[in-house]
Design a protein around this ligand. Structure first.
Ligand code: FAD
Ligand code: NDP
Length: 521
């Protein structure tokens, strides 16, 4: 174990480290000729996509290196290897979501005979420490996996020197040049700050900080209304914190809007406050340490103010491309988004430089798509495969207190593509069995399947709002990916009593106007 630790700590070994003062003259030397370069594959970014690609290439017998470097957040939060998902995304988020769900189960428990003294207080410190320890164990696990597969790992910040050479700068300023035949850019993205708002950067935090706070954020204002905003607001409310969401337009842009409205309706009915049609204009610190936020209410035209302990900006993410010196390699980016432009083989404007994951223009910003794109790319480069990543019908779940899982088209998108007359929507309001005994409100438990109207009624999209939506949606995603029709879904035998079975029982179409409330078994 000690030997492994020493091996994992050491970077570089036989590689050329030097001080910046002498680094300028080595450009040509490192680029080298084919067969003389340091690696077959160099991956920039050790997150979901980069690690998957590197490990797959190494598995295929290639000489591979990964460079990964985490620039601390403006608040100084830093973390280890594994990228956004592991450190400041899916993993800590889902664990904190679980903490919040447990609160609901504790409130249900007395109805099922458990004698639990209510209310049960929640300890942020304990939760955060446990979550952070798990994340640290994953950081370590990733390093061990790279070591086991003989992938060289450099904890350096990379920028291109030329189209085959990358300069890595370590924390202390030491530099290294690495050359490779193929280079994959998988540098992901970072949260945006609304820089034009006074006090935003100085006093606000983002999702890069929230999961690493040692102390409870207290009364929190979450600005934004998409995945990150609603998920964070959901678990903060669920663990008992006074939480407000400031939404300037619609919730969950790009998602089915009927489902999105139900998501926020459920959150509002469970204690999250919503400031709709509002945009923040200033954040300032009051003498007592609280943050005073001023906003414009676009519907009334009036100004509003409120005080909070924490302001969490969840206003989108920007690709991490600025420090890469992409122009030195000739890699093209979108002038609007600064994301990297690629073709269906994930190749950039430079044929041997590829890009995958969140840093790429037009890709879903999801871990499983980054992972699959990375694996397939390595298989095409080194395994003789020609399989391309298919970004169609990617399932996803928003882990709000009532989870929303979906795959395929929203109702709006289906109608816009095929026309109202050619689309049939089957739907149901249902009550999960486990909600009955504690008398939980199930007003927002809803499922709908969007199909072509013409037999056999190809399924275009499935939308599920209820407990364990991710688990429910994953299985159905296979069927829908394989081209399932409404008829086939109706021929599928349900598993009773579950929430998933509501999908195979969807008999009421919206067009019929009949009451879609499920009664009985
Ligand atoms: P990343 O995982 O971001 O990895 C990029 C790595 O490159 C980072 O380590 C970065 O520090 C490093 N890097 C950047 N620049 C350089 C450089 N110049 N040199 C060296 N290293 C560099 N997705 C889901 O599927 N499910 C979820 O539940 C989910 N929840 C999320 C919750 C939150 C709060 C957020 C923010 C995201 C969530 N996502 C979720 C999205 C998911 O985390 C990303 O889609 C995924 O991590 C993208 O992987 P990637 O490989 O493209 O980049
Ligand atoms: P998005 O870009 O999806 O949403 C940004 C939100 O911020 C929108 O509601 C937007 O409003 C709002 N906004 C933008 N600028 C401002 C402003 N100046 N003032 C007020 N509001 C503003 O970003 P996210 O960070 O939520 O998510 C990024 C990606 O991460 C997602 O697309 C998703 O793929 C991934 N992710 C996945 C998760 C999962 O799988 N469960 C969870 C979390 C993230 P408007 O609509 O009006 O523009």
């Amino acid at each position: 174990m000690a030997a492994m630790a020493a091996a994992l700590r050491g970077v570089g070994g036989r590689f050329r480290w030097w001080t910046p003062a002498v680094a300028g003259g080595v450009r040509g030397a490192a680029q080298g000729a084919v067969g003389q370069r340091d690696y077959d594959l160099l991956v920039i970014g050790g997150g979901s996509g980069g690690l998957a690609c590197a490990k797959e290439a190494a598995q295929l017998g290639r000489k591979v290196a990964v460079v990964d470097y985490v620039e601390p957040s403006p608040r100084g939060t830093r973390w280890g290897l594994g990228g956004t998902c592991v450190n400041v995304g899916c993993i800590p988020k889902k664990l904190m979501h679980q903490a919040a769900l447990l609160g609901g189960l504790i409130r249900d428990a007395p109805h099922y005979g458990w004698e639990v003294a209510q209310p049960v207080p929640h300890d942020w410190r304990k939760m955060a420490e446990a979550v952070q320890n798990h994340v640290k164990s994953l950081n370590w696990g990733h390093r061990v996996q790279l070591h086991d597969r003989k992938v060289k790992y450099f904890n350096v910040k990379a920028g291109f020197v030329d189209e085959h050479t990358v300069r890595g700068v370590a924390k202390g300023g030491k530099e290294i040049l690495l050359s490779a035949d193929h280079i994959v850019i998988a540098t992901g993205g970072r949260p945006r700050y609304p820089a034009h708002i006074e006090g935003a950067l100085e006093y606000g935090i983002t999702s890069d900080d929230i999961f690493w706070l040692k102390e409870s954020p207290g009364k929190t204002l979450v600005v934004g209304a998409s995945y990150v905003a609603l998920e964070c607001a959901g678990f903060l409310t669920g663990i008992g914190l006074d939480t407000t969401v400031m939404m300037r337009s619609i919730p969950l842009r790009g998602f089915d809007q009927q489902m999105s409205s139900l998501v926020t309706e459920h959150m509002a009915s469970h204690g999250t406050r919503f400031l709709r049609g509002c945009t923040p204009s200033q954040v300032r610190r009051l003498p007592d340490g609280q943050l005073q936020v001023t906003w414009e209410d676009r519907t009334t035209g009036k100004e509003g103010t409120g005080t909070f302990n924490t302001v969490l900006w969840a206003v989108g993410r920007a690709p991490d491309t600025r420090s890469l010196n992409l122009e030195k390699a000739g890699v093209d980016t979108s002038p609007n988004t600064q994301k990297i432009l690629v073709d269906s083989r994930e190749a950039t404007s430079v044929p041997h430089i590829y890009a995958i994951g969140d840093v790429v223009e037009g890709r879903p910003e999801l871990t499983p798509t980054a992972v699959m794109a990375g694996r397939l790319l390595a298989q095409r480069l080194f395994g003789g495969s020609s399989d391309l990543m298919d970004y169609d019908k990617v399932p996803t779940t928003v882990f709000t207190p009532l989870e929303y899982g979906c795959v395929g088209l929203s109702e709006e998108e289906a109608v816009s593509r095929h026309g109202q007359e050619r689309v049939e929507v089957y739907h149901a309001h249902y009550k999960p069995l486990e909600f009955t005994v504690p008398g939980r409100d199930a007003s927002q438990c809803y499922v709908k399947m969007v199909c072509l109207r013409e037999p056999p009624q190809l399924v275009l999209g499935l939308h599920f709002l209820g407990p364990n939506a991710g688990e429910v949606t994953q299985g159905f995603a296979l069927g829908i990916k394989c081209g399932a029709s409404y008829v086939q879904v109706m021929q599928t035998v349900g598993i009773h009593p579950t929430c998933s079975e509501e999908i195979v029982k969807l008999r009421i179409s919206k067009r019929s106007g009949l009451d879609p409330t499920v009664t009985g078994c």
